[in-house]
Design a protein around this ligand. Structure first.
Ligand code: GDP
Length: 307
């Protein structure tokens, strides 16, 4: 029999099997196909089971992960997703374009389309929009990432977002306080009734998501996987020379510099990346993110306060 993982941690998983939610454990210690990860299964995974035991991992068409520094291994946040939704706010908490760059890097690495949700636009109504934030958002749109300016509180801008997520499985990630829970509640108005038994974050009376959790929308065709608030998103480890592959507007220029693939893109004459930065084809902020992520992959740079 097969079931879909709703949530779970190391060994106990809540799964949706036909019409019922059940709790399963992994048979034995290790599930084949899950080696090397911090956690064996994530919401969205399909599993085979017998009785109350998970016996196998179903097809995992993709996974969205982050590097777990404590465990020194990639931690899967969601599996089999159609869309990565990176949630942020223009203010309160402050806009963090570097955080977005890291999430988009991971989405491009995982080959999952990404979109940005910028929440709390109701707060900007009286004061006007912050030009720096808007300029960055427009640049994300320019490089092919849809941006939804919304208010999860008032419903502003929700129609377009709803169209984007309809019929899809999306994973929602963002720093704590950006409004992820508020958005999930708006999408699923009776969520407290529906999820009270399976989601301790509400019964605890705060909004801290402890584990990633899959929620089905009332249309039964759309799902959203909410993930814990992440202060700093560390992408999965890739060889430093491959970082350019996951910066979508950089990649077409890879190998085209005068020094070819050996160009460091920092000072060489005839560097196409630097030329593109100077010409405004690559945003200066994206270039900075590229350098820092590459440094991190080399293990030479640690930017604890950089997100
Ligand atoms: P989470 O940590 O990402 O799940 O964030 P929450 O959904 O718990 O929201 C954090 C705070 O922001 C709460 O006080 C919400 O009421 C508030 N909030 C969420 N969305 C909006 C919004 O669109 N506008 C305003 N003004 N406040 C919001």
């Amino acid at each position: 029999m097969t079931a879909t993982v709703i949530r779970g941690s190391r060994n106990i998983f809540k799964v949706q099997a036909d019409d019922e939610l059940i709790e399963l454990r992994i048979k034995g210690k290790i599930l084949r196909g899950c080696e090397g990860f911090y956690n064996p299964l994530a919401p969205g995974d399909s599993v085979e089971y017998e009785g109350r035991l998970i016996t196998g991992l179903g097809l995992r068409k993709n996974r969205f992960a982050r590097f777990n520094q404590k465990g020194q291994a990639p931690q899967i946040l969601a599996a089999n997703v159609d869309l990565v939704l990176c949630m942020t706010t223009p203010q309160s908490p402050p806009f963090r374009p570097r955080f977005i760059d890291r999430v988009i890097f991971e989405a491009d690495f995982a080959k999952i389309p990404a979109a940005i949700i910028c929440n709390k636009y109701d707060l900007s109504e009286g004061e006007g929009f912050d030009p720096d934030t808007e300029e960055r958002l427009e640049d994300f749109i320019r490089i092919g990432i849809p941006v939804f300016r919304i208010s999860a509180k008032t419903g502003l801008g929700m129609d377009d977002l709803q169209k984007m997520i309809n019929g899809r499985i999306s994973v929602l990630c963002g720093q704590s306080g950006v409004g992820k829970s508020t958005l999930v509640k708006r999408l699923i108005p009776d969520i407290e009734i529906k999820t009270a038994a399976i989601n301790e974050k509400y019964s605890r009376g705060n909004h801290t998501t402890i584990q990633a959790c899959l929620y089905e929308l009332p249309d039964c065709e759309t799902s959203i996987i909410d993930t814990p608030g992440i202060r700093r998103f560390v992408p999965e480890r890739v060889p430093p020379e491959n970082v350019i592959m996951y910066f979508r507007e950089f990649y077409p220029l890879a190998g085209k510099c005068s020094f070819g693939l050996s160009c460091s893109h920092t000072e060489e004459p005839g560097c196409k990346i630097l030329e593109a930065v100077h010409a405004g084809v690559i945003h200066q902020d994206r270039y900075e993110s590229f350098l820092r992520i590459r440094d991190e992959m080399e293990g030479t740079g640690i930017y604890p306060d950089y997100d």
